[in-house]
Ligand binder design. Sequence first.
Ligand SMILES: Cc1cc2nc3c(=O)[nH]c(=O)nc-3n(C[C@H](O)[C@H](O)[C@H](O)COP(=O)(O)OP(=O)(O)OC[C@H]3O[C@@H](n4cnc5c(N)ncnc54)[C@H](O)[C@@H]3O)c2cc1C
Length: 325
Amino acid sequence: MACLIIAEHDNSTLHTVTAHVVAAAKQIGGDIHILVAGSGCASVAGQAAQTDGVSKVLLADSTQYADQSPELLAELITGKMADYSHCLAAATSLGKSVMPRVAALLDVAQISDIVRVESENTFVRPIYAGNALTTVCSSDERKIITVRTTAFEAAGQNPVSAPVETVENIGIPETHQRKSKVISRELTQSKRPELGAAKVVVSGGRGLGNAGNFHQLLEPLADKLGGAIGASRAAVDAGFVSNDFQVGQTGKIVAPQLYIAIGLSGAIQHVAGMKDSAVVVAINKDSEAPIFQVADYGLVADLFEAVPALTAALTAALDQEQTPV
Ligand SMILES: Cc1cc2nc3c(=O)[nH]c(=O)nc-3n(C[C@H](O)[C@H](O)[C@H](O)COP(=O)(O)OP(=O)(O)OC[C@H]3O[C@@H](n4cnc5c(N)ncnc54)[C@H](O)[C@@H]3O)c2cc1C
């Protein structure tokens, strides 16, 4: 038994989600190998090799993989699967795009978004927007799995690097005729931590009224706490922020230490994306809002008064902490 893990990276840095996927693979057992496919990504292979529990890194470094085309990656992975019983990736946009293609090419069922490993063939995953958990037992010879990374503690670092093996004969012609190709990528530039990995998330909803209020009220608070900004789908649909800020069933799944929900009702589809947060604080003027059912601390108040007051109180407290005695 051996697991092949698909590394997520930007050709220079290994994304932290990969270490969470390794943690899931460790619970399955057997050898763990990481596949790093990209262009000019040798340094990523070096980082992957230092992940605890990994016994080998496969490096497929070719200009073909520069744009991380899911079609091409799926063919590469499928070509390697003769040596593996399990293939795992994070349930991110990349994993959700690549892994169904791998499952289809291998003619097996995909096992999506697992939150627990019961055995090498039995896994637990959420259904109905996280309102129920189902236990799935697969009899397929090869298991193609996406992992909800917030459900697994990241594997640590190993000072001793695993060997890196170059994937020489990839077997995919350079002229591979793809049905789709990546035209361009636009990266959101932000000084704040990435939403999926942030320890603090300040999230806003429709109650903020417009984009100006959203930024003016939430950004100073997030910056004081060193947190990321999140949003409900209503806030995204209203154009307050772009959809990469959306938290929920059809957005990002987050599990920070602190989640502050401001002017959002707490619809089940939103809660599905944040209910594993360690501490939830809700500010809403409606005491019946469902968000209060999942909140550890709730403030029934007008956000236009409560949020500036909270930011000012935090500023004063932090200033006092920094004042030399
Ligand atoms: C298939 C499907 C998938 C979905 N996926 C997602 C998803 O991933 N993420 C997501 O968020 N939603 C998702 N939704 C939408 C979801 O059902 C809700 O419509 C949405 O979350 C509501 O956003 P909201 O809480 O910002 O807005 P509302 O429900 O309108 O809530 C606004 C809240 O602001 C409060 N408020 C208003 N003014 C103030 C004030 N001055 N001070 C304090 N509080 C105030 C109100 O009391 C209210 O509770 C999905 C829906 C479907 C059908």
